[in-house]
Design a binder for this molecule. Structure first.
Ligand code: MF3
Ligand code: CO
Ligand code: CO
Length: 267
């Protein structure tokens, strides 16, 4: 069952999603070579709890930390650790989810560490962002979930990158993960029809090499099978009367007009 949110619920979703977006944006200040992913987690934990909210990942199905930190060949669900130290040229996805006034808001970004990320990996990160935005721009009442997946896939494949199939976007609200599943691949005019008041995430994971995944023995960390790198972006999206509203946006600070690596031009 896909829930349709009321006006009051949408108001509460805007609040939690804005807090998630602010947290993720604030993280940018601490990302530099030499810090550990545990430092990122400590920052996120403090930022969220000091605002009287709860970091949704903490103890979620046993997840031990307050956010996910996924560098380089880690696709998603990386566990923050003091053993993982960031180096110049790395990329790092930070995935933040807040629980505030009984609603979850979910957003992630891939950051550059230092000034020496390679042109290939800058293009990977930029492409992942363009994939997310192209999926978001499909959202409107009457459109179908397959339209989102098809748009994402076509941007990724133009760059000769692959789209992860084993993990997907999801409905969100009172629960962290609700129906529907939002696949990041697919065919136009297939899948569930979107209706005003639905809220779900779009969070494509884009790989340099194979789309295949490898789950580590910790049962969380998801790696690429070939150790080539992966990038991801995520927003929480409301279906409106005429299209969409991005709930995890910071207007003028981090929005449709602020891509990563703006100097890159994609063919
Ligand atoms: N935030 C992730 C998502 O986008 C889910 C993380 S689950 C956790 O759906 F337990 F690893 F935190
Ligand atoms: Co999500
Ligand atoms: Co997330």
């Amino acid at each position: 069952m896909v829930s349709i949110k009321t006006e009051r619920e949408i108001e509460l979703m805007r609040e939690t999603c804005t807090m998630a977006a602010e947290t993720l944006h604030a993280v940018q200040e601490i990302i530099r070579p030499g810090i550990t992913t545990e430092d990122v987690d400590n920052f996120v934990h403090e930022y969220i709890t000091s605002r009287n909210a709860y970091p949704s990942p903490l103890n979620y199905h046993g997840f031990p930390k307050s956010c996910c930190t996924s560098p380089n060949e880690v696709i998603c669900h990386g566990i923050p650790s003091k053993k993982v130290k960031l180096k110049d040229g790395d990329i790092l996805n930070v995935d933040v989810t807040t629980y505030f006034k009984k609603y979850h808001g979910d957003t992630n970004r891939t950051y550059f560490v230092g000034d020496n990320v390679s042109p290939l990996h800058k293009r990977l990160v930029r492409t992942a962002w363009e994939c997310m935005m192209s999926g978001i721009r499909e959202v409107a009442p009457g459109k179908q979930l397959g339209d989102i997946g098809a748009a994402i896939e076509s941007i990724a494949h133009k760059q000769k990158f692959s789209v992860v199939r084993d993990y997907c976007g999801h409905g969100i609200g009172r629960e962290f993960h609700e129906e529907p599943q939002v696949l990041h691949y697919g065919k136009r005019k297939t899948g569930m029809t979107l209706r005003k008041g639905m809220i779900f995430t779009i969070e494509p994971m884009i790989n340099v090499g194979s789309y295949k995944t490898n789950l580590l023995k910790d049962n969380w960390t998801v790696l690429t099978i070939d150790k080539k790198w992966s990038a991801q972006f995520e927003h929480t999206i409301l279906v409106t009367e005429t299209g969409y509203e991005i709930l995890t946006i910071l207007p003028g600070i981090y929005d449709e007009t602020t891509p990563p690596a703006p100097e890159i031009t994609l063919e």
